[in-house]
Design a protein around this ligand. Structure first.
Ligand code: FES
Length: 361
């Protein structure tokens, strides 16, 4: 499988290592490593996950895909080898990113996948290593890692090599504390470029919003902005939120902070804390009630109304919706005083009660 870029063997590997080294140096110069509050468990998880992914999981999956292709579908070997390099690169990258968008989105919408992806969102600080913080099984099932092997088998090894470098550049920069896009938002003359760039590629602002702790800040959207390289999928499927601002808080609410062994090896290893989503037998239960709650709101304050019906803090969101297709409704109180907020979740006037509960069976 010929994959030497520009005739230089392993150039793709050197480029990815160079990108990593660049961001490490920039983050050190920026004082990040003095400020960081990361625990040893965070470091073990992030560094360990990166090296296991790079040295074992990715090569293992690629070899498995090549073996399956050569054994069962040999007639397709080199099927794209005759394509121009540019066409192969476009096909590889767009298919790769489309697969990852849906896998990532599914990891937020389905409970089992959420448990494997949850460690990624437990990080309370951004930084380049956050990119690789997921359970091992999350990576083993990741369709776009299998796509690397499939496209290599089809004869697109060179496109894969350059595609991986370009994608790592976008992914690492969008997780980094070096938010290069701030400069695009600062100067009006650069705004057209900012618009063009953010409508195609994932920017730090766009992806940091995905890691923000709660929608209540009006910036974060942990249940949106799922894209990895291109923002076009989020725009196409209605999950994009562009604010050009950065959250002040990252991570998860109500996070019991499991040891890295459980976070990385779930479901083989589970957490012992029964409050943890990755403990054995953990279940979310419905807290829907057929009556509204009368609550006092303050004019101008921001609130999140629970729509999933599982919050232990009804009628407000407590982030129990993670791992489901629901997300809370953000609203700003228009006046100070008491209001009736819906608890049956059938209202058509959310977040307010419209007496739909009276018709509920
Ligand atoms: S707990 Fe967030 S929407 Fe229900």
């Amino acid at each position: 499988m010929e994959k030497a870029l520009f005739g230089i063997p392993n150039l793709d590997v050197y480029l990815v290592l160079g990108i990593l080294a660049f961001f490490i140096i920039i983050e050190i110069i920026g004082g990040y490593w003095h400020r960081t509050q990361r625990t040893s468990s965070d470091w073990i998880q992030e560094m360990g996950s990166y090296f296991v992914l790079a040295l074992l999981i990715k090569p293992g999956i690629v070899l498995a895909a090549l073996f399956v292709g050569n054994t069962f579908l040999p007639q397709f070997q080199y099927a794209v080898a005759g394509y121009s390099f540019g066409l192969a690169l476009v096909i590889y990258l767009f298919a790769d990113d489309f697969l990852q968008y849906w896998y990532h989105r599914s990891a937020h919408e389905y409970p089992f996948l959420w448990k494997l992806h949850r460690p990624h969102h437990q990080a309370e600080e951004m930084g380049f290593f956050v990119s690789y913080r997921n359970a091992a099984l999350y990576y083993l099932m990741m369709p776009n890692i299998w796509w690397i092997g499939i496209f290599t088998f089809l004869g697109g090894a060179k496109a894969v090599a350059l595609g991986l470098v370009l994608k790592q550049l976008i992914i690492i920069s969008s997780h980094s504390t070096l938010a290069y896009d701030k400069i695009l938002y600062k100067y009006k003359v650069l705004h057209p470029l900012a618009t063009l760039w953010e409508r195609i590629f994932i920017t730090p602002a766009f992806h940091h919003a995905h890691h923000g702790k709660s929608r209540v800040d009006g910036i974060s959207d942990p249940n949106g902005n799922y894209g990895n390289m291109f923002s076009i999928w989020d725009q196409m499927f209605g999950t994009a939120k562009f604010t050009r601002q950065f959250p002040t808080q990252y991570g998860l609410e109500n996070d019991p902070k499991e040891p890295w062994t459980a976070a990385y090896l779930y479901p083989a290893v589970a957490a012992s804390d029964p409050k943890s989503e990755i403990s054995r037998g953990y279940k979310k239960v419905s807290t829907i009630k057929p009556e509204p709650s009368t609550v006092s709101l303050v004019k101008g304050e921001k609130y999140l109304w629970c729509q999933c019906g599982m919050s232990k803090n009804q009628p407000f969101c407590d982030s129990s919706h993670h791992g489901s297709k629901f997300k809370p409704m953000f609203f700003v109180a228009s006046k100070t005083g008491e209001v009736r907020l819906c608890n049956c979740k059938k209202t058509k006037a959310g977040p307010f009660c419209d007496d739909s509960h009276l018709n509920a069976n």
